[in-house]
Design a protein around this ligand. Structure first.
Ligand SMILES: *[C@@H]1O[C@H](CO)[C@@H](O)[C@H](O)[C@H]1NC(C)=O
Ligand SMILES: *[C@@H]1O[C@H](CO)[C@@H](O)[C@H](O)[C@H]1NC(C)=O
Ligand SMILES: *[C@@H]1O[C@H](CO)[C@@H](O)[C@H](O)[C@H]1NC(C)=O
Ligand SMILES: *[C@@H]1O[C@H](CO)[C@@H](O)[C@H](O)[C@H]1NC(C)=O
Ligand SMILES: *[C@@H]1O[C@H](CO)[C@@H](O)[C@H](O)[C@H]1NC(C)=O
Ligand SMILES: *[C@@H]1O[C@H](CO)[C@@H](O)[C@H](O)[C@H]1NC(C)=O
Length: 373
């Protein structure tokens, strides 16, 4: 949708949304038509609007619940921790007297062109707050923690748009952790260029704030896939998945922890202080260095350092006779085929000192965390 079109839409933004919703579900249309609610009536909203509410949540949790849920269009969050998800965007909401300091948030999706909402501290999640008038100012703050905090003060102009540039915000599991999220689970993070994307955050092990980029837990995922597939998320982020090379490139550099189990159940952990996945133009070359204390096996990952990514249909390994990815049935930064394959049909890892190959049993996890400098 181009800019002129958005401007034209502004005056009738709600009307457009009503029309959009009508086509989908008549009961939602009805709800919007009745939507001149004052926020102090928030407890009395009909079930057709409020389809989920939770007590004692943080704003980040509440916004994440909404962002992870495709039917959520907006939510109300009170300072007491009351979170209410709505399947429509309500009109005519004013600052509630019964809930001082509480706010109503609207999710900016492609089909909800609401402008001059009040940007908030969770704006890296692409939310705006309703009820802003021309002349109001808003401080637009990216959640991402120091040193990358971006703060811009904007004014709601008479054309209905915020003045000035809207900063490109980014936040990942580490930022969520820094903002107080301490429960592991699936969260919507926000990456530059990539936008909103779901990932599993490990908020409990190894100090928390880890973005899980690969996991084989139930061993139900199918990772014998093409290069095109490997660029994006494969599998289910709540169980077995590969996060995708493009978003990995956006999330790195950082430190990495790679853990795996042998068939006899013993767990080993490899830690490196530097892990980087280069962009598509470099065929997603991996850079890994500084094998760290706290590791419990041998440095096997360094063997892949500087290697491009291979998938069954995209052979970038150095073995001239064998297509390693095709042979193992999983993409990886293969050099010669015989070092490690965590995505392979039969995952294995070779012990550098003995040359012995060990079959790997789930769970296998790779997680990364950006380093704050
Ligand atoms: C918000 O989302 C819309 C639609 O997905 C996108 O066009 C826009 O760039 C996003 N804004 C920010 C600040 O991320
Ligand atoms: C928007 O945010 C600004 C800055 O935080 C605040 O002063 C103003 O009251 C807010 N506007 C509304 C309508 O909530
Ligand atoms: C599992 O196998 C590894 C490698 O042979 C060995 O070092 C480890 O002690 C074994 N663990 C158990 C519990 O047998
Ligand atoms: C990436 O891989 C393709 C296909 O093998 C190759 O043509 C290209 O030169 C590689 N790019 C780099 C930067 O090595
Ligand atoms: C992976 O898939 C390819 C093509 O579908 C197939 O030829 C190959 O045998 C599979 N690899 C394994 C290890 O199953
Ligand atoms: C690659 O692996 C094959 C078989 O596993 C081995 O014969 C060959 O020497 C290796 N090549 C290099 C350069 O290490």
């Amino acid at each position: 949708m181009n800019c002129m079109c958005q401007r034209w839409l502004l005056g009738v933004a709600l009307l457009v949304m009503v029309t959009t919703l009508v086509a989908v579900d008549p009961s939602r249309y009805l709800a919007v038509r009745q939507s001149s609610f004052a926020l102090n009536q928030i407890e009395d909203l009909p079930d057709t609007v409020v389809y989920r509410s939770v007590e004692h949540h943080t704003l980040i949790h509440c916004s994440n619940m909404c962002l992870l849920d495709e039917s959520c269009s907006s939510f109300f969050y009170s300072l007491s921790g009351y979170c209410q998800l709505h399947n429509v965007v309500l009109n005519g909401l004013t600052q509630p007297s019964a809930h001082p300091g509480s706010h109503y948030y609207i999710v900016n999706n492609d089909n909800t062109d609401i402008n001059c909402g009040n940007a908030t501290e969770v704006e890296c999640h692409n939310l705006t707050m309703s009820g802003t008038k021309v002349g109001d100012t808003a401080v637009y703050t990216c959640l991402r923690t120091s040193p990358d905090v971006i703060t811009v003060t904007q004014t709601c102009a008479s054309d209905g748009f915020w003045t000035g540039e809207t900063p490109d915000c980014e936040c990942d599991c580490r930022d969520l952790f820094a903002s107080g999220v301490t429960t592991s689970g699936v969260y919507a993070i926000h990456l530059l260029k990539k936008g909103r994307i779901n990932i599993f955050c490990d908020m409990e092990q190894d100090g928390g704030g880890w973005s899980v980029i690969q996991r084989r837990d139930t061993d139900t995922g199918d990772f014998n896939r093409t290069m095109t597939d490997y660029r994006n998320t494969i599998g289910d982020v709540s169980s077995d998945y590969w996060f995708g090379l493009t978003p990995m490139n956006q999330l790195t550099p950082g430190e990495i922890v790679l853990s795996f189990h042998l068939q006899n159940g013993t767990e080993y952990v490899l830690r490196y202080s530097e892990f980087d996945v280069k962009p598509a133009g470099n065929n997603f070359t991996v850079v890994v260095s500084e094998y760290m204390t706290g590791s419990t096996w041998e440095d096997v990952f360094s063997e892949q350092n500087g290697q491009q990514f291979s998938a069954a249909d995209y052979d970038q390994d150095t073995n001239e006779d064998v297509n390693c990815a095709l042979q193992t049935g999983g993409g990886w930064w293969y050099r010669n085929c015989s070092s490690m394959s965590l995505n392979g049909v039969n995952a294995f890892i070779v012990q550098p000192s003995t040359g012995m190959s060990f079959s790997i049993a789930p769970p296998v996890v790779m997680k990364i965390r950006r380093v704050v400098t």
